[in-house]
Design a protein around this ligand. Structure first.
Ligand code: F6P
Length: 370
């Protein structure tokens, strides 16, 4: 690919909920663009920063690699974020702000709401955009993994493990409620690592008539139970609808109350002592694990490379262990836990990796005399 020599001015912004590693994406992109002689600015507060010319932009090109690396560490995003919806009536406002900033292109770090918006603005030729998928939920279609997911699972697993200390000592049924609005990826992985006895995820409801006896059976054997339940598990009646009035600009309802619903049913139907613990934002607020942070920085550098090559309209992604780029228009939300990942009988993540089972089935089917 011919190297473009003319300098570009590239803006970076971060939208949606935070995830460990966002700052490392910014570092990776800014370092790569600076290395190639481009001008880089940090735009505050996600899409809100593209609706008006903000004075609090960050001049990243003035920082050398080490200053960038030191500045963009730790949890959260130094640029700030928001869940700002841009509708068609605001497209010209975004175009004007981009012109005012003097931007040739934008790197947008966000989940399917942020990137879905990016795809539409690119298609309408409002902005040249590169997307970097971001969510602890790991539910962005088009990429095998999102940065921050592993770090969130680590924190959630520790949270569950800590709660089992309390539940075991106090002889209680504990329910730990974990983030994961629509998909249970964080919950099944953290439950498996953290030693939960039962895992409940939005994708696969477990009938209470099976769930309660299972809880009683475990309690009888171990005198405590640890249940990991995703905040998006909305299959319990009557539901405790905490925070249902909180709806963001994309129509996402704030979910909290699954654990409360579950424990109320357990107390009423079994009389067992219970305790609730909401892990909530804790699992996504920390710094990235080293590997996760390096993965995030590589995604950022890849996004910087794509902007340098003017290969806009793409999202960086992890595919079969390698970082690649796919069309922004291919970004989808809602990559859910697959049926062969979760055992509805044991109510846990399956021990055997699904890909192994599928490969072995192919092998055994193809074996002579199979
Ligand atoms: O989308 C990621 C996420 O962390 C979800 O797991 C969670 O339900 C949601 O964001 C919380 O949204 P907000 O950050 O707007 O409270």
């Amino acid at each position: 690919m011919a190297n473009r020599s003319d300098t570009q001015r590239i803006g970076i912004f971060t939208g949606g909920g935070i995830a460990p590693g966002i700052n490392r994406v910014i570092f990776g992109a800014a370092a790569e663009l600076k290395k190639k002689g481009h001008d880089v600015i940090g735009i505050p507060d996600g899409w809100a920063g593209m609706l008006e010319v903000r004075r609090d932009i960050m001049q990243l090109s003035t920082l050398n690699r080490w200053e960038l690396s030191k500045l963009f560490r730790g949890g959260g995003t130094k640029l700030g974020s928001s869940r700002t919806k841009i509708d068609e009536s605001q497209y010209e406002t975004v175009r004007a702000a981009s012109r005012e900033y003097g931007l040739d292109g934008v790197i947008a770090v966000g989940g399917d709401d942020t990137l879905g918006q990016a795809a539409r603005l690119y298609e309408k030729k409002i902005l040249n955009i590169i997307g970097v998928p971001k969510t602890i939920d790991n539910d962005v279609g088009g990429t095998d993994m999102t940065f921050g997911f592993h770090s969130a699972v680590e924190e959630a697993a520790k949270f569950i493990d800590r709660m089992s200390t309390d539940a075991e000592s106090m002889r209680r049924v504990a329910a730990v409620e974990l983030m994961g609005r629509d998909a249970g990826h964080v919950t099944i992985q953290a439950a498996y690592a953290g030693g939960a006895h039962i895992t409940l995820i939005p994708e696969y409801p477990i009938d209470v008539s099976r769930l309660l006896p299972r809880i009683q059976e475990i309690y009888a054997a171990r005198r405590h139970v640890i249940i990991a339940i995703a905040e998006g598990y909305e299959h319990l009646q009557p539901p405790v609808l905490d925070h249902q009035e909180e709806v963001d600009a994309f129509g996402n309802v704030r979910k909290e109350g699954a654990a409360k619903s579950l424990l109320r049913i357990i107390r009423e139907k079994t009389g067992l002592p219970t305790q609730e613990q909401i892990a909530g934002y804790h699992v996504r607020n920390g710094p990235p694990l080293a590997h996760d942070g390096n993965f995030a920085a590589e995604l950022g550098a890849a996004a910087g490379w794509l902007a340098h090559e003017r290969m806009y309209g793409r999202m960086v992604a992890l595919r079969d262990g390698s970082i690649t780029a796919i069309p922004l228009s291919d970004v989808r939300g809602g990559r859910l836990v697959q049926e062969d990942e979760y055992d509805q009988e044991t109510m846990m993540k399956r021990d055997l990796p699904p890909a192994f089972v599928r490969d072995m089935q192919i092998l055994t089917n193809s074996a002579p005399g199979a």
